[in-house]
Design a protein around this ligand. Structure first.
Ligand SMILES: *[C@@H]1O[C@H](CO)[C@@H](O)[C@H](O)[C@H]1NC(C)=O
Ligand SMILES: *[C@@H]1O[C@H](CO)[C@@H](O)[C@H](O)[C@H]1NC(C)=O
Ligand SMILES: *[C@@H]1O[C@H](CO)[C@@H](O)[C@H](O)[C@H]1NC(C)=O
Ligand SMILES: *[C@@H]1O[C@H](CO)[C@@H](O)[C@H](O)[C@H]1NC(C)=O
Ligand SMILES: *[C@@H]1O[C@H](CO)[C@@H](O)[C@H](O)[C@H]1NC(C)=O
Length: 391
């Protein structure tokens, strides 16, 4: 009767039956869950066989085997596992001497939660992600409850938890310049522990590194490189959130970097070493907030300045290392350096004057002291003479 099976009435009955059976299946699950017993590792665990205390001998099995971990069985059939380790986990079943199953329980072992080590990342002004690492491996599934306690008198905010990744997210955080506290509570079957982390959002603001860094030669210029990049994709692309960029570069094999700060891409550097590959990296920081953090550096980009095809460069010549930490792209001596030279000369002159004064003072004192000594000696000798004079 295929016609009958596909008839709407029959389908409705099937649907109604499956719908009405669903809650029954759901009701079975809690029973299975309650068949799990949790206990602390390294403790003694008591597994009861039945509620009434009938003193008849029983037999215990672990994972369907008669081999049990270190244990004792009390007179009422209760199993006590001593100083349990992870291998004591599993299914325990007790049977009467007729082989009838009386009780079965699943044992799971672990530790209570310990404190968490929490760290927060703030990649832009609209997103905070805090992640944590457990100080104690609990071996048990856990729940987390994360709350950001903002400012006194204000509603706390929920930090939305991802249990598997062990982090939580806050979208559109507020109170950037206040200290706020994140509390993360970890709960498992054996206990619960809350960890607090204080934070200052604006000091944690750290953009992701810039993207699509390109380093190009400039035709006709053997000492120039054109460095360009794009904003990190997690940073708002509007003009309202300016970034400050830090570019560093060095000829391959050199130790010291030259540095340039810039507010926009691209930047052309003028003091590259002709004929050499250069390593270039860029990082970024929120421009208005000097207390916020610099991003990580981008991966190294390599590029060689343009070479005149008609000229042959002696590539294995020892090149002198260029000025190491120029903050300007112009390699010529800056007025700042000239100012420094003047200051040094002034300092030297000043110390010569001081030295001369001190030396002459010492000389004057010394001369006066000598004279006084001379006079005392004369007085002494005259006294001696007087003493030795016959009276
Ligand atoms: C576990 O039981 C043994 C033997 O009964 C006893 O010596 C030990 O102190 C107990 N350990 C704990 C943690 O209760
Ligand atoms: C323990 O029992 C559960 C259900 O009772 C079963 O699914 C599981 O395979 C058993 N495990 C072992 C190791 O016997
Ligand atoms: C019993 O089974 C559990 C998993 O259900 C396992 O962790 C444990 O190591 C097993 N123990 C033995 C002795 O087979
Ligand atoms: C530098 O490179 C960028 C991106 O590739 C380009 O838009 C710009 O015109 C270049 N600058 C010069 C001076 O060639
Ligand atoms: C802020 O960063 C988060 C995480 O990287 C990202 O999902 C979000 O789109 C970013 N917001 C803006 C405005 O770029």
């Amino acid at each position: 009767m295929p016609g009958l099976l596909s008839s709407p009435v029959c389908l409705t009955v099937i649907w109604f039956l499956s719908w009405s059976l669903r809650p029954i299946r759901a009701q079975i699950q809690p029973d299975e869950v309650s068949g799990v017993q949790y206990a602390l590792l390294e403790s003694n665990v008591t597994l009861a066989c039945r509620k009434s205390q009938i003193r008849t001998p029983v037999v215990w099995h672990h994972n369907n085997s008669a081999v049990l971990p270190w244990h004792k069985v009390t007179s009422d059939g209760t199993l006590v596992l001593l100083h349990v380790d992870l291998s004591a986990q599993g299914n325990y079943s007790c049977y009467d001497n007729g082989g009838l199953l009386l009780h079965s329980v699943k044992l799971r072992l672990g530790h209570r939660p310990g404190s968490l080590s929490i760290s927060c990342q703030v990649p832009n002004h609209t997103h905070v992600r805090c992640s944590w690492v457990e100080s104690v491996k609990t071996f048990l599934p856990a729940q987390y409850n994360a709350i950001l306690l903002t400012v006194k008198g204000q509603e706390p905010r929920t930090c939305v938890v991802d249990v598997f990744q062990k982090h939580c997210d806050i979208v559109l955080p507020a109170y950037w310049s206040y200290i706020q506290t994140l509390s993360v509570q970890e709960t498992n079957a054996l206990g619960s522990e809350t960890t607090y982390a204080r934070m200052h959002l604006h000091k944690l603001l750290k953009p992701n590194p810039p993207q699509s860094v390109l380093v190009n030669e400039l035709e006709g210029f053997p000492k120039r490189l054109n460095i360009s990049w794009e904003l990190p994709s997690s940073w708002p692309q509007s003009l309202g959130y300016p970034l400050l960029f830090h570019i560093r570069y060095r000829p391959e094999g050199f130790v010291h970097w030259s540095k340039v700060l810039a507010e926009h891409s691209p930047v052309v550097i003028l003091d590259a070493l002709a004929g050499r590959f250069h390593e270039v990296q860029v990082c970024a920081r929120d421009e208005p907030d000097s207390e916020s953090l610099w991003s990580e550096w981008t991966a190294v980009s390599l590029c060689k300045p343009w070479e005149d095809p008609t000229e042959v460069f002696p590539t294995d010549d020892p090149f002198p290392e260029p000025q190491t930490s120029t903050t300007k792209t112009d390699p010529s001596v800056s007025p700042e350096d000239e100012g420094n030279l003047g200051l040094v000369i002034l300092l030297v002159l000043f110390s010569v004057v001081i030295l001369t004064t001190v030396l002459s003072l010492i000389f004057v004192v010394w001369v006066r002291q000598r004279r006084r000594n001379h006079v005392t000696k004369q007085q002494l000798s005259s006294m001696v003479k007087m003493k030795s004079m016959p009276i």
